[in-house]
Write a protein that binds this ligand. Structure first.
Ligand code: IMP
Length: 441
């Protein structure tokens, strides 16, 4: 012990990568436990920009153990590219481990993702088209290829044949695609196996050993609570469980190994892809937040839909994750807006009112948020390092969030820089990085 789970508390893109990067300094192990390269985050370190889709950002600390857990779906091509990109910039990847039991995204998964969305037409989910859903579907159907299969040509060929056969119908438009030739595919994925072999490991055991020697282990979630396949706005969700509970199955630890669960939420709300969004601002104010917050996807470059902070959804996210701490990111993006809306209830058809996030999809789709309006602030807050440095209106805004959700705020983001954060002093001492060394004269 201790184990800390970091999850997205909204619809993803809350800034989990930056938070994980900060606390990774004090951790021995960082492990991803679900999702795949549908996720993405950008880390700025010593003026260098690093973009990650699979590898935990902890990799920038030399030798830090960075694990891809069994619950992740791995596109080996993307993985190898990320490793090569790090090597070319002199980053040490000796701490990287990939679970032998993680499932592999295959070329037919990518094609099925594209075909599935095309078939849905106007009803499409807006997936990242990275083959995530079809790969998890094969895992559940027991037709999946696992990372360990890449090491055995005979098994690999047999499994690819068995998995590809039932998809012939859906893949008919791609019948002539050379990527779907059994022999070529087996050869290609066997080569990936060779390239990844030295990273493949029994990751649950690595985690267990770290916890056993009392090291800090960070379980890094991807996407967010409302994209969870069970608890999110189904079917407009991703294909894995994104809630904190998934850290146990996806990393191979028991619930008693988790001490803290931090939910990351932006000071406003965004969503990419289709699906309900009760506090969406489909107007100039939404555009302004998008520009100020740089709300364009790291993975697909898509503009994100923006809206006021939805506290009904955030409180729900806090409940289904069992949050012990809340991190509020990008507070600076709200500077200069006279009045700030906070969604405190939903209004549904026939004057229905919802204080809690409704379980019924029709209600969520038709719900419009009802707001508490709080005064905003004019000041640039990028230089604030303590709560006292913030304008009173910004502190009131944070207090309102914490009181409503019933979870203490542990950390506030006030700018893109690594140092542009405020540790509030709430129960977080063991995770706070060492103060930056003074600049050399
Ligand atoms: P998939 O995960 O690619 O299947 O996409 C399913 C839904 O989840 C789509 O609405 C995506 O936009 C959304 N999604 C997947 N990954 C992320 C992410 O990392 N951030 C935000 N949305 C995501």
């Amino acid at each position: 012990m201790p184990g800390l789970v970091v999850v997205g508390a909204q619809w993803g893109d809350e800034g989990k990568g930056k938070v994980t990067d900060l606390i990774a300094e004090r951790a021995d192990v960082v492990i991803r436990y679900q999702g795949g390269n549908n996720a993405g985050h950008t880390i700025v370190r010593d003026d260098e920009v690093y973009k990650f889709h699979l590898i935990p950002s902890g990799i920038l600390y030399p030798g830090k153990l960075c694990l891809i857990g069994n619950g992740v779906v791995v596109d080996p091509k993307v993985m190898i590219e990320e490793i090569a990109g790090l090597h070319s910039r002199g980053v040490d990847t000796s701490g990287l481990r990939i679970s032998a039991n993680a499932h592999v995204i295959m070329p037919y998964h990518l094609l099925l993702d594209h075909a599935g969305e095309a078939r849905l037409g106007k009803l499409q989910i807006g997936t990242t088209r990275r083959g995530i859903g079809p790969c998890y579907a094969d895992k559940a159907a027991r037709l999946g290829i696992r990372v360990q299969d890449l090491l055995d040509e005979k098994i690999l060929r047999k499994k690819i044949y068995t998995a590809m056969e039932p998809k012939r119908q859906s893949l008919r438009p791609y019948a002539k695609d050379p990527a779907l030739d059994l022999h070529t595919m087996t050869e290609e994925y066997r080569t990936y196996g060779h390239q990844l072999e030295r990273f493949i490991d029994d990751t649950p055991r690595v985690v267990w050993e770290a916890l056993d020697r009392d090291s800090v282990v960070v379980f890094e979630g991807a996407q967010g609570a409302l994209l969870d396949i069970d608890h999110g706005t189904y079917p407009f969700v991703t294909s894995s469980n994104t809630v904190a509970g998934a850290a146990c199955a996806g990393a191979g630890v028991g619930p008693r190994q988790i001490d803290d669960v931090w939910g990351i939420a932006k000071a406003y709300t965004t969503r990419v892809g289709a699906g309900p969004f009760p506090s969406e601002l489909d107007d100039e104010l939404g555009d302004r937040i998008r520009e100020k917050g740089g709300e364009y996807g790291t993975t697909t470059g898509r503009p994100r839909r923006c809206g006021w902070l939805d506290l009904v959804a955030l409180k729900y996210g806090a409940r289904i994750n069992g949050l012990t701490g809340l991190v509020v990111t990008k507070l600076d993006a709200l500077s200069g807006i006279a009045e700030l809306g906070l969604a405190v209830r939903y209004k549904g058809p026939e004057d229905a009112e919802f204080e809690e996030f409704p379980y019924h999809q029709t209600m969520v789709h038709k719900a419009r948020a009802d707001y508490e309006m709080l005064p905003g602030w004019e000041e640039d807050i990028g230089g604030a390092r303590t709560l006292e440095d913030l304008p009173q209106a910004a502190r009131n805004y944070l207090d309102f969030i914490s009181d409503f959700v019933g979870v203490p705020i542990v950390l506030v983001g006030v700018g893109p820089g690594r140092d542009q954060v405020i540790w509030t002093g709430a129960d977080s001492e063991r995770y706070i990085p060492a103060p930056a060394a003074p600049e050399a004269a």
